[in-house]
Every structure is written in structure tokens, then in C-alpha cells.
Design a protein around this ligand. Sequence first.
Ligand code: FAD
Length: 424
Amino acid sequence: MRRVFNAMIDRRPSMILRCAGVADVMQGVRFARTHQLPLSIHSGGHGVAGTAVCEGGLMLDISGMKGIRVDPEQRTAQAQAGLLLGEFDHETQAFGLATPLGIVSVTGIAGLTLGGGLGWLNGKYGLACDNMLAADVVTADGELLTASATEHDDLYWALRGGGGNFGVVTALTYQLHPVTTVLAGGLGFPPEQARDALRFYHDFASGAPDELSTAGSVARDAEGRPTVWIAVCYCGPLDEGERVLQPLRSFGRPVGGEIGPVPYQAFQCGADASMPPGRQHFWKSSYLTDLTDGAIEVLLEFAATIPSPYTGIGLQQMTGVASRMDPRATAFAHRDRQYDFLILSQWEDPADSDRNIDWTRRCFEAMRPYLKEAVYVNNLGDQEHDRVRAAYGVNYDRLAAVKARYDPENFFCLNHNIAPGVVI
Ligand SMILES: Cc1cc2nc3c(=O)[nH]c(=O)nc-3n(C[C@H](O)[C@H](O)[C@H](O)COP(=O)(O)OP(=O)(O)OC[C@H]3O[C@@H](n4cnc5c(N)ncnc54)[C@H](O)[C@@H]3O)c2cc1C
């Protein structure tokens, strides 16, 4: 129960409270306050920093809270915070509906949405947090509030990108959209085409319409040579999608993969096998707007020396609606047409940790000249406290003010922490 997705995290809470509902959450918060115990919040347990589990405190495990009610007429869903992405999609897809979430189906909806939530529908419908209409929250005094555009709107703003700083979210209400069959998949390009494939990917992604969300990635083949993968998801009329995808279909000579009509829910599980739970993970991440030739050379150089066959360097595109939002409209500040650049290092044997961590750090340092001074909060590792301000960007001070109003003593501090600031 104390194990989380990232096997590098090995913390031992004094207690684990397996919550069945809101009453348990309220009691857990009050108990931890009374006994001055550090409290961590475990939803899907996917956070790479492992903040879901604490050392010596109370771990509030809400992963068993999996209720969901879909309203097909209003196109909304109210979901308890223990649901995983695939479980949520399963219920909404029964009505031909979906909301933007992430790309691996066993990630928790709560941590993902509260930090932002970038996935295959971001171009057409925005981030997960942009589609969160309301949240039920147990605050530091153990009371239940609802935050929405009409109730506690300051808290509602902060929850859409501010992470787990403000309370325990027990349920989230989402806007849903009609999504059934998408035109989706990926194509793999061999070492001799890797450079051109990355150049092509950047051109292609830069001109993509809102219906098309894309991701590029660089990995290594069995001989240690760089390979490139281009994945796409078009959510719109399929014939129009075919026209949009034509340049990709006619580019180069892919050696693997396919693109075609696929049920959205099936595509949402497509990346699961490449990231099973229980591996060692060390990530470094930032945003990148321009995939220049210089950046491509660094990526290819480092891809050739990746120590683990499971590691990849991802360029998950933020585009369309997600990119055009005002950076101050929600707490998620980093709005731009750009890539969420992620060196996702994963390996199996703990004895290989030093080698993999060292390679990841060196690759990130080499890429730094091409990257922004910003990072997606949900990609931050457990030793990156110095980057927390960069994760909240222009919204940090306003978040600190909301924190001072709802959690002045910083009870919820086991997260990418915002210190209580001055109440505005
Ligand atoms: C394999 C993998 C794939 C991923 N893919 C994507 C992707 O495609 N797009 C994307 O945007 N992100 C992605 N992520 C990152 C993901 O968004 C974060 O890991 C997120 O924290 C996962 O949510 P969780 O509920 O599983 O987290 P947990 O580990 O349970 O929680 C992490 C933190 O989130 C906060 N939190 C969680 N639940 C609550 C709650 N109920 N109330 C208050 N605070 C809470 C707490 O601070 C907690 O410490 C991926 C991660 C992994 C490991």
C-alpha cells in the first residue's frame, strides 16, 4: 500500500488511512492536525516525486474512492478523486463523451488535473484543469467546501494548476465533449531518418489544426542508435483528419507503427505497456518552443548513449485551445504553443541508478540553452525544490495569497509547495 508508481520512492508512513468517503477524509485531516502528523495525499500514486507517500506521518489513501456519475444531457461528470484515467474514460465513453486527461490510463485523475493535465485532446478542448467545473475540497480545518466559478472562486482558480496545496479534493466535476472514434496512432523512424523525422515533426506539429494533438519522442534501438517516434490523435471528422495527416503518411519510410481509426478509449491505453508501474524513474523536464537544428543535434547525440532501453525523451505538444488560454485565467501559467519536454528515464535494477541519473542530468544540462525557465509541476522530481517557483510562473504570488487564506499554517506541505503569502 505504501508503494507508489516510482520504485525509487521508499517511504514508510506511520499510518495509512484507507478512505471510503468524504467523512473518512475529514476525520483523517482532523486527526493529523490534532496529533501534528505530516499528511500526504495518495490518489493514483503516479506522481514521480512520490509526494503521495510520507515518512512517518499519515498517508491519506483515497484511491478506493471511485464513484462517478455521468450526466449525458448536461455533458458533465462528477467523479471521486480515486479514479484512474482509464476508469473515468470507461464510464464517459459509454455515452460517447470524454474530457481531456493524460496519455497513460493508470494515472490518477486528481493529481493530473490539479497540476494541469496534458493529453490527446488538448488542442481541441484544453487541459484537464480547463475542463474542471467544480471540486469538493476538505480544507485544513477538516471542513468540506465546494469550489467553482460561483463558490470560493479564488480556490477554484488555484486548484486548476496549483496542485495539492489547498486541501484534499474528494470529487471533481468535469465538462465532457463528444469523442468516439479518433484517427490516431504513431509511426517509428529508423536511425538514418531520425534527424529528418524530428525536423519534419516540428514543421508538421507547428501547423496542426486544433483537432490534432501530437507527441514526438526520441529513443534508442537495440544497437544504441537514435530512433524517432511520431504519435498523433485527430479528434474531428475522419475524412478531414485523413487530409490533415497526409503529409505525415507520405513522409519518409517508417519502419513500424500505424495510424487509423480507433476507439478513443482503446487509444488512451496505447502507451500503458511502455510505462508499467514498479520501475525506477528519474525525470528532468521543461518547455521547449522551437525544435531547432541545434536542439535536434543534442537530442540525437544523447539518444545514442541512453543507458536504459526503456528511457525516452518526449516532446508532448501543447497546442490549440490549451496553448491560447490567458496564463492568468487559471493557476496553470505556461500557455504557449510548445512542447512539454521530458527526459523520462526508467530502468529496472536499482544498481543502475547512478548511471541513469547521471545521463539524465547531463542530457538536461546540454538541452538547457534551448529550454525555457519553466517546468510542468506534475513532472517535477522530489529534489527540485528550487524549481517550484518556475513551475507556478507568473501565478506564484496569487497562489501564495490563496494559500494564506485556506491553509495559513501550511498544513498541506507534502507537495510542490507554495508557502503562504500575503492575503490580497
Ligand atoms: C506513466 C506516467 C504518465 C503520465 N502521463 C501524463 C500525461 O500524459 N499528461 C499529464 O499531464 N501528466 C502525466 N503524468 C504526470 C501526472 O499528471 C502526475 O504524475 C500526477 O501527479 C498523477 O496524479 P496521481 O493522482 O496519480 O498522483 P499521486 O501520486 O496520487 O499524487 C501526487 C500529488 O498530487 C496531489 N494530489 C493528488 N491527489 C490529490 C487530491 N485528491 N487532493 C489534493 N491533492 C492531490 C498531492 O500533492 C499528491 O502528493 C504522467 C505520470 C506518469 C507516471
